[in-house]
Design a protein around this ligand. Structure first.
Ligand code: EPS
Length: 396
């Protein structure tokens, strides 16, 4: 089983990610990891930290001469700002220079303080911070590399930001990834992106924050990942959990789920056609639409996987106006000020890619197994070779 754990605080010395269960022989380089980390730092509306955060990497374990060994991979991502935080974040016994006792509404601050018994919001916010997503992206690069061995590629784009939505859905293909990344808000529609940027500028002027929606697309996903037989094996459930766990994400949708809720069955589903020319992904059974998001009965159909993540406006405001309460004096006030982004929606797309990749790679490994990448690919090829057969042919 592929699994990963992250450790680290936003202004601590470093983040660390451990990825366990990767097969041996997966090609990976420092540059591969840096590429997605750099993509995650981009995006109009990010705060000043992203301009100087370097995401310096140390490949600690599990990779030798550019390939995984099958042993746990541990990678460290240094925090550029650590020298400024050595006292405030010192692990040695001591006390904070000032207590953050006025929690930000909508953030983990207040409930975390109550649950863990802290009087300083920093004890909660340092780990709740979306800085942690850098570690997820590193794990995601390894998962993407494993999926690429099966011909799967994943990309995301921004479809809504600050109330501005892409008017008609024009979905990018894998070769459009650079074009999406070159856009300052990672929107595939240039005209819409201009309006999104204007919305960010307006919110920035007022010290406010914005949310939005990223759509993630996985092309070439093998048929049959996940299962209909148990609630905790349904792949849409697993993907939803993984995406929902991203900081500030409050909603997940597959295909056109929310629109379908108001439609009739005859218009909501994906019709099935047979294409005699062998279709590697689905054994010749083709759906022209992706209304179900490429998942039926908790299993991937072999079609395009489509999910959307809705991010709330960040709870940290450059100009805090929402009422809160000082946990020490119990007096009504506004929250403490903390440097922040106006929006992190463009970056969220890259994190959603990582989380989707991790779930798909985990399920691909569960289905195809293999201690080496070569064995994993052989098992996959064998399954695919029989997909086109009529199911009843298997009967004795
Ligand atoms: C974050 C607040 C900002 C963001 C940070 C997430 O950090 P800081 O308070 O240090 O300026 O820049 O994001 C990252 C550091 C990152 O790498 O994405 C928050 O409160 O969640």
């Amino acid at each position: 089983m592929l699994r990963f754990l992250t450790a680290g605080e936003s202004h601590g010395q470093a983040l660390v990610v451990t990825i366990e269960g990767l097969p041996a022989g997966l090609a990976i380089t420092h540059d591969d990891l840096q590429r997605d980390l750099a993509r995650r730092r981009l995006g109009f509306g990010r705060g000043p930290r992203m301009r100087f955060e370097a995401d310096e990497l140390v490949l600690l374990t599990g990779i030798r001469h550019g390939r995984t060994l099958g042993s746990p991979v541990a990678i460290e991502i240094k925090n550029s700002e650590w020298p400024k935080w050595t006292e405030e974040m010192d692990p040695a016994p001591g006390a904070p220079s000032k207590l953050l006792s006025t929690p930000r509404p909508g953030h983990a601050d207040l409930t975390g303080m109550q649950k863990y018994g802290f009087d300083d919001a920093r004890d909660v916010l340092e780990r709740a911070s979306a800085r942690e997503t850098a570690a997820r992206v590193v794990a995601g690069v390894l998962a993407k590399a494993l999926l690429a061995e099966l011909g799967t590629s994943i990309l995301s784009h921004t479809v809504a930001l600050g109330g501005v939505e892409t008017p008609e859905l024009h979905r990018p293909k894998p070769h459009d990834l650079d074009a999406v990344d070159e856009n300052e808000v990672r929107c595939f529609d240039a005209e819409t992106s201009v309006k999104m940027i204007a919305a960010i500028k307006a919110a920035a002027k007022e010290g406010d924050s914005l949310g939005g929606i990223a759509e993630v697309l996985a092309y070439g996903v093998p048929l049959g990942l996940g299962s209909h037989v148990h609630w905790d094996r349904k792949i849409d459930g697993l993907i939803a959990q993984a995406i929902m766990s991203i900081q500030a994400v409050k909603g997940v949708e597959f295909g056109s789920a929310f629109r379908q809720a108001g439609q009739r069955g005859s218009e909501a589903h994906d019709a099935v056609h047979y294409d005699a020319s062998p279709d590697a992904e689905s054994g010749g059974f083709v759906r022209e639409t992706a209304r179900a998001g490429g998942i039926e009965g908790g299993m991937t159909t072999g079609g395009l996987v489509v999910a959307r993540a809705a991010m709330k406006p960040l709870a940290t405001l450059n100009r805090p106006t929402l009422e809160t309460v000082d946990v020490v004096t119990k007096e009504s006030t506004v929250s403490f000020k903390e440097r922040t982004d106006v929006t992190a929606v463009p970056a969220m797309g890259v994190v959603v890619e990582a989380m989707l990749a991790i779930v798909l790679a985990t399920e691909a490994q569960r289905k195809f197994g293999g201690d080496s990448v070569a064995e994993f690919k052989r098992n996959h090829a064998s399954f695919m070779a029989h997909l086109g057969e009529t199911p009843s042919a298997a009967r004795p």
